[in-house]
Design a protein around this ligand. Sequence first.
Ligand SMILES: Cc1cc2nc3c(=O)[nH]c(=O)nc-3n(C[C@H](O)[C@H](O)[C@H](O)COP(=O)(O)O)c2cc1C
Ligand SMILES: C=C(O[C@@H]1CC(C(=O)O)=C[C@@H](OP(=O)(O)O)[C@H]1O)C(=O)O
Length: 378
Amino acid sequence: MLRYLTAGESHGKCLIGIIEGFPSNVPISIDEIHRDLQRRQMGYGRGDRMKIEQDRIEILSGIRGGKTIGSPLSFQIENKDYANWERYMNPIEIDELTKKITRPRPGHADLTGALKYNFTDVRNVLERSSARETAVRVSVGSIIKQLMKIFEVQVVSHVVSIGKVSLPENIQDIEAMKKADQSPVRCIDPESEEKMIEEIKKAKDEGDSLGGIFEIQVLGVPSGLGSYVHWDRKLDAKLAYALMGIQAIKGVEIGHGFENSHERGSKVHDEIFCHEEQDYYRKTNRAGGIEGGMSNGEPIIIRCAMKPIPTLYKPLNSVDIETKESFAASIERSDTCAVPAASIVGEMVAITVIAEEFLRKFGGDSLEEITERWKRFK
Ligand SMILES: Cc1cc2nc3c(=O)[nH]c(=O)nc-3n(C[C@H](O)[C@H](O)[C@H](O)COP(=O)(O)O)c2cc1C
Ligand SMILES: C=C(O[C@@H]1CC(C(=O)O)=C[C@@H](OP(=O)(O)O)[C@H]1O)C(=O)O
């Protein structure tokens, strides 16, 4: 079973990841992981923290001479910003005069987190609830992506909307999606992209923030991953669970999920055809590649809705947890919009779920064992 853990605070010394259950003999390129880490840091609307960090991974175990050896694969990513925060974040001793954060931000984990863990300083909450942690999930996904590439599975994503600015139509251009990194908002329509940038600029000038929707497509997924036999084995359920685990993701849609609910069945379901030499196929993919909790061989299409960033430079009302007086919420340095970055996190989280299910079906201890099973299936 493939599983992983993440650790680390946003302004602590470093972030840590451990992957367990990864097969042996898989070649891993550190450059590719660095490329994905850099993709996560890009995107118009990010704040000044991204100018400080240049995320690099240091592998600590599980890889020898460029290939995995089947043991737990562990790594760390340094937080460069720790140098500026050490006196607040040192694990053993912090500056006595450290100012507490007592004005929770609506929409962030601050208030409920402080009450739940019995803190008088909201910093104890925001350090771990921060999406800084997603650098680890991207590293995990990037390692897993390299395994899945051997089995011809790929993942792409693009931004569909920022605030109220949306792509004019449901464009399904995979080649354009593969090149989405070249555009600052990762939008595949240049006209919409410009409008999205304007929208982000306006929100920033007004001390406000924005969310949006991104789409992920996983291509080349063999049919039969996941299962209909039990609710917690359904592939769509697993994807929704993992994707909702990304900070600020509040909705997950598989295929034309919401749109389909307004139509009659005859307009929705993807008819089945068979080519003598070509196997079964569909002419449409409104189901988004999943039927009965199983991949059906079509591209898996997922959309995720991200809420607007909670930290506002023109803050909303809040209550000081020490004095109980009304105040404007605290202002932490912040992104204005992080939908392009979240789309990269989404890619990596989605490919991780697909890999878990792929290994459940074709799994073995070594790459060679898995390849044999996969080839037999094909
Ligand atoms: C890539 C990314 C970057 C984010 N950047 C910020 C940020 O700069 N400021 C902020 O307040 N929230 C940011 N968020 C959102 C918060 O982390 C998130 O809203 C918070 O942890 C509360 O969790 P919830 O929205 O899932 O309920 C970011 C989220 C992601 C995915
Ligand atoms: C550090 C990252 O994102 C952070 C996510 C985040 C939050 O509240 O989620 C708040 C901000 O943190 P800071 O106050 O240090 O600027 C973002 O920069 C990152 O993505 O690597």
